[in-house]
Design a binder for this molecule. Sequence first.
Ligand code: ACM
Ligand code: ZN
Length: 754
Amino acid sequence: MKHLFFVLSLCIAFNTMGQNNISITPAPAHINFYEGSFVINKKTILKSDEELSNAKNFLTSYLKTFYQVVFINNEIATHKKNTKNSIELILDREEKNNTKYYLEINKDHIKIKGSAGGVFYGVQSLIQLLPLNQKSLSIRNLVIEDSARFNYRGMHLDAARHFFSVIYIKKYIDYLALHKFNTLHWHLTDDQGWRIEIKQYPLLTEKGSCRNQTLIGPYGTNKYDGKKYCGFYTQEEIKEIVKYASDRYITIIPEIEMPGHSMAALASYPFLGCTKGPYEVMQTWGVSNDVLCAGNDSTFIFLQHVIDEVIQLFPSPYIHIGGDECPKDNWHNCNLCQKRMKDNNLKDEHELQSYFMSRIEKYINSKGRNIIGWDEILEGGLAPNATVMSWRGEEGGIAAARLHHFAIMTPGNPLYFDHSQTINEDSITQGGYNSLKLVYDYEPVPNSLTKEEAKYILGAQANMWTEYMDNERKLEYMLFPRMAALSEVLWSPASQKNWSRFENNIPDLFERYKLWNINFSRAIFDIQTSVGTNNFKGITWQLTSNNKKGKLFYKCTDSTNATDLIYEHPIEVNQSGTCYAVLKDDKNTSLGPWVKQNFHINKATGRKIALANPPSKSYNIGGELTLVDGIQNNIGMSKSAQFLGFSGTDLNALIDLGEVVSIDSIKLHAFEQTASWIYRPSRVSFFESKDGINYDYVFSSTEAEGTSNLIYRYSQKSEARYLKIIAQNMGTIPSGAPGSGNKSWLFADEIEVF
Ligand code: ACM
Ligand code: ZN
């Protein structure tokens, strides 16, 4: 019978969410609605158990800040009798689940009962039930029963690439709390800056917290700002922040990077390196060959002293010790490192890295804490008690779970929030394209794990690498609303996830963000464009919009004077040129900027294409048509949706031009950005056929035109109907380069035939 009740209540929740204008993000597990409402007014009494001061303080401060409500009768609860017009926060001393709460609203009172953490989360839900833009604080009668799906609900913040003030870090923590996250992974040291005061090593902040200038152009360019950049947190400030977070049920996991990404430490104390320097705090991104020396005991003594101070500041059960992207070249050439390998029977430098991490782990374990490391710590042997943070896809997390080690999922796609969230992005971003929908659809527990193994997936986290976030507004623009999507991935039962409900709630979410004075991306209301094939004879341009107030208009010409046409169905694009689209209201006023798309039409455009090897799931937004959609990507990774990406495999495309045609030239457009592990193909071969059975090899090339946007060209008069183009993947990334030892990516955006 109980079972039946829950099934029913779930259905009610689904059916009535929209109707009742309730938009709690992340969505609670169960809601039941009832007739009537409760109104918070000047006479409302707030009653709270003494142990619930965190929840009580958060609520009173929120109501005061955003609704100018001040409780006059603010009592320590006795719960002896039901008081009318009261908000009661009740501690359930038996409840062990620190996220579980029961929230009841009826005409007489609001009651939130649960563990201390649970009541805090109940307060977060209550906050989101408060009306927006209305005078009366009237809340619909309901009952919510709720708790978190995952124990690890993380957001990361890179304070090394750009520094954020103590005041802002507290705001960031509030944002986490408002979205029911419970972990802040604070990336405090990297090549570009050391941001935590360590009393025993003052140069870490005197020298290591400053760089002489900062790259402001895309990675690989030479565009710097010419300005010295500094910043660090004192130990007193850190204590204050840790307390602030703890009052919001948020654990801060500090990350002290080792043995790579350590240029700021090396610049401060050159004895830590294999070559002894001189070293400089880095001004650009990427990976440095200079890393901490694994052969010198002084390195370990230094790190132990640093860890001693870090542990004093952060009560977190975990200390993150990095472990990613550590080139092994210097270790290979260092006598001390080689001696260490010999003395410890280590067969290669990967085992030396494992030795490094295990030795630090042992020290941290001896202090009663555990380590987290990026997934490279699996290479050369995992430290015995380590938790793996899987960032190069999910494979690291899967491998860890199979070894019965805990894992946290933070795959670059879709959980790196430094990537762009719209293909119309006009600011600089790092990496590829992670839209709100891709984040929402993320499932942290891979299908390939057994039920037993799945228990080792603690949860997931999005990473805020701040290379191109040098101010708070940009940080927020990259963070919101993707963080709301992730909150639902981590908190809500998988069965409650529902994109259309989430999407319908977005206007309310944005209103709340405006109330909180948050800068957020409106990309969800951008005009969405896509290309379809026109019966394999050409292409169509398709437009959609989530903005219900607007109507779509377009024009396809180079003349901006042409009349705008109402968009009714996909537009046939038969000529090279530019198409534009815009949303207008009923007064013919534009609701946003014009979206512009250049088309390059040729004999291959919109034709049938098949791929022998599928592109990686992460870079396959438009499917195989991407290669013949008439769209060329001359911008790079911020529009990575326009590329197909192959991880370690070749591009092998077969195109049917529909009939035998005369051919003057064939071009493959590829891309190279070695910092992102994307390499040019080592060779591109062209084959032609008239019948689709017998293919003639006609040409191959290892030479490309261009530097980053590459063209491989075959120019010779011929006749053919079928073309086969094979671009060979370069293979393993060479040593010394970012991602060395990993499979390289091959990226292509277009094949043209003239
Ligand atoms: C990373 O993004 N290097 C963990
Ligand atoms: Zn060394």
